[in-house]
Design a protein around this ligand. Structure first.
Ligand code: UTP
Length: 299
């Protein structure tokens, strides 16, 4: 039997974003700008390209800028209309969400990613759902989630996006314990959250894209506090890898992932996305070349 279609996606955006203080004192991390679009827009576009039609945001205090971002901006629209700026109007329209397509739930304490997803349980109901962490930005020809949705048609169960990392980076990720490697899809027999390099079961790290069975929500309900005192999503997914579980699969996506939750990753993404934009490429690349030449000359 084919797995059920995935139409709902959860965007956990209730974190404190402490790595970007002081900016995140008043600006939500997810609204920070990569070239000219907030991080959240990249995640929304990726989800839309994968066929998602219902968008669930898990927010917290101080995130109202996010809600405003997806609302209409009538003054701006009429001004652009009056001036005949049709291209900009189109850019603006792409950020609007249909009435009722977007829902917000609050996480009233930052108890971790697992808890944030659990907060959306009533809106998710009893069907498979996607989770996208907007601070993982993925540049790919085919949207990463769309690739996963295709692969999920084969596997069902639970699917996580996976990428290879060097051993010294294992302690920053959930790492897959592999039972069977089929190339782009691997079947996992477990997952370990942030292991030391020597304890990592493989070099395949989980990044912020998931397709999950509703059973994971049940596991989250039962789960004890995991690593770091937060309720870990990894633990709740890992429970499904065992005997009698719905199955856990890693998917080696095609594309480049940028960790925009860290300053270095955000800067790398800014350079990469800046260079890939036709309207900026020439000027920006010339500037970077010039900078590199100056650095070399100063060595
Ligand atoms: P991170 O751990 O990267 O985000 O969580 P953070 O806690 O906001 O950032 P730092 O580490 O303090 O800088 C990954 C995603 O999970 C969400 C975050 O908003 C981010 O999108 N999250 C995290 C929640 O929604 N709730 C939480 O309790 C924790």
């Amino acid at each position: 039997m084919k797995p059920q279609k995935v139409t709902k996606a959860v965007f956990p955006v209730a974190g404190l974003g402490t790595r970007f203080l002081p900016a995140t004192k008043s600006v939500p991390k997810e609204i920070m700008t990569l070239v000219d679009r907030p991080l959240i827009q990249y995640a929304i576009d990726e989800a839309r390209a994968a066929g998602i039609t219902e968008f669930i945001f898990v927010t917290s205090r101080g995130k109202s800028a996010l809600e405003d971002y997806f609302d209409r901006a009538p003054e701006l629209e009429s001004e652009l209309n009056r001036k005949g700026k049709t291209e900009l109007l189109k850019v603006l329209e792409d950020t609007n969400m249909d009435s009722g397509a977007i829902a917000y739930v609050r996480q009233n304490r930052p108890l971790g990613l697992g808890h944030a997803v659990w907060c959306a349980r009533r809106l998710i109901g009893d069907e498979p759902f996607a989770v996208l962490l907007p601070d993982d930005v993925i540049a790919a020809e085919q949207s990463c989630l769309a690739q996963m949705v295709e692969a999920y048609q084969e596997t069902g169960g639970n699917m996580v996006a996976a990428m290879e990392v060097p051993p010294e980076k294992a302690s920053s990720y959930g790492m897959l314990d592999i039972a069977e490697d089929r190339g782009s899809i691997v079947r996992a027999k477990g997952m370990v959250e942030k292991p030391k390099a020597e304890d990592a079961p493989s070099n395949l790290a989980v990044i912020g894209r998931y397709i999950l069975d509703p059973k994971v929500l049940h596991n989250l309900h039962e789960t004890k506090l995991g690593t770091g005192g937060e309720i870990q999503l990894t633990d709740a997914i890992a429970e499904e890898a065992g005997w009698g579980g719905t199955g856990v699969y890693g998917y080696r996506f095609r594309g480049m992932r940028y960790d925009c939750g860290s300053k270095a990753g955000f800067l790398q993404a800014t350079v990469a996305f800046g260079m890939s934009r036709p309207d900026l490429r020439d000027e920006f690349t010339a500037y970077l070349n010039d900078m590199m030449a100056q650095l070399k000359a100063a060595e």
